[in-house]
Ligand binder design. Structure first.
Ligand code: TYM
Length: 336
């Protein structure tokens, strides 16, 4: 196993629902860009996903789908480590330790906890509450430098940093303090049905999101229906034109055009033309991903090989940190 000397990246995605364009533009696209320069660990965080009730058969299918999509978007197992969180027991083990260094008040302030407990009022379980300590364990186990995420994860990363600083303060240097990397225009892709809300794979309205596996016709139809305003001018102004500004962010992230360039391109044209252009650009982006996905899904043995090898490497690397932590807190060495 080669020693790691590049800077380290960790990030994760929950296998709940299906990956959306928001996940792609906010995080996954950066994951792919980073694999050449960094030592990357990317995880399907299945332990996190059961903080909300999941159907077991559907979850199993989703996990494989996500792994195939990792490969289809261009993550290369030769360059990065791809694995399922539940295959690497160090995550749950370090999470327990970190729970003992995370304050009740800190967890109570997490907006995601507040949102999810409102949404799932019948299942406000302890896992939902301590979710950020598991997330901190994910990052800290790999001595992570950089965490590419969308803006909704910023608060969790801040908390992970605080936990790491606290632990290092008590026991001496143990964890690297990770930094979040958030994209400029696509930090938060919003819902097509309510552009003041985040695009989310758990939204009940299927027209509110674009899935990476949506067919071109569906993509174009969803963009045509996207909620906008009545001004009929393509102009970037998130406060008073959230719908158009969201579409501009999407178009900008997909085509690399600036907001100024987009405004000029659609000067004098109606929203119909603009929405069609965004829909076509997204459909074109996703077409090759979808055909690659179909091809990979037919080769289950290959998929299994990738996530098995990924878990082995992730375990080897993360166990070094866990052993260090066990020693620091005062546990004795195993005799077997
Ligand atoms: P999750 O599964 O909700 O989302 C995965 C990634 O996609 C980003 N994202 C978005 N970005 C822009 N616009 C959107 N509409 C949008 N929706 C989602 C998220 O910010 C995230 O980067 N708790 C995490 C998973 C996790 C993790 C970690 C991430 C577990 N451990 C350690 C980083 C490091 C989550 O629920 O992401």
């Amino acid at each position: 196993m080669s020693e790691i000397n590049k800077k380290i990246v960790f990030s994760g995605i929950q296998p709940s629902g299906e990956p959306t364009l928001g996940n792609y533009l906010g995080a996954l696209k950066n994951w792919v860009l980073m694999q050449d320069e960094y030592e990357c660990f990317y995880s399907i965080v299945d332990l996190h996903s059961i903080t909300v009730r999941q159907d077991p058969a559907a979850l199993r299918a989703q996990i494989k789908k996500f792994m195939a999509l990792f490969l289809a978007i261009g993550l290369d197992p030769e360059k990065c480590t791809l694995f399922c969180q539940s295959h690497v027991p160090t995550h749950a083990e370090l999470a327990w330790i970190l729970n003992c260094y995370t304050m009740f008040g800190e967890l109570s302030r997490m907006t995601q906890f507040k949102d999810k407990s409102q949404k799932h009022a019948d299942n406000i379980n302890a896992g939902l509450f301590t979710y950020p300590s598991l997330m901190a364990a994910d990052m800290l186990l790999y001595q992570t430098d950089v965490v590419p995420v969308g803006i909704d994860q910023k608060q969790h990363i801040e908390l992970a940093r605080n936990i790491a600083v606290r632990f290092n303060g008590i026991y001496g240097d143990t964890f690297k303090i990770p930094e979040g990397v958030i994209p400029k225009t696509s930090a938060k892709i919003n819902s097509l049905a309510d552009p003041t809300k985040k695009m989310s794979k758990s939204d009940e309205n299927i027209n509110s999101y674009i899935l990476l596996l949506d067919k071109p016709d569906d993509i174009i139809r969803k963009f045509k229906r996207a909620v906008t305003d009545s001004e009929a001018i393509v102009r970037y102004s998130p406060e008073d034109k959230p719908g158009i500004s969201n579409l501009m962010n999407i178009y900008s992230a997909v085509t690399s055009k600036t907001h100024d360039e987009i405004e000029k391109e659609f000067d004098g044209k109606g929203y119909g033309d603009f929405k069609l252009a965004v829909g076509e650009a997204v459909a074109d982006l996703l077409k090759p991903v979808q055909s690659e996905y179909e091809r990979i899904m037919k080769d289950k043995d290959y998929l299994e090989k990738i996530y098995s090898e990924g878990a082995q490497k992730a375990y080897y690397v993360s166990n070094k940190t866990l052993s260090k932590v066990y020693k620091k807190v005062g546990f004795i060495k195993k005799g077997f």
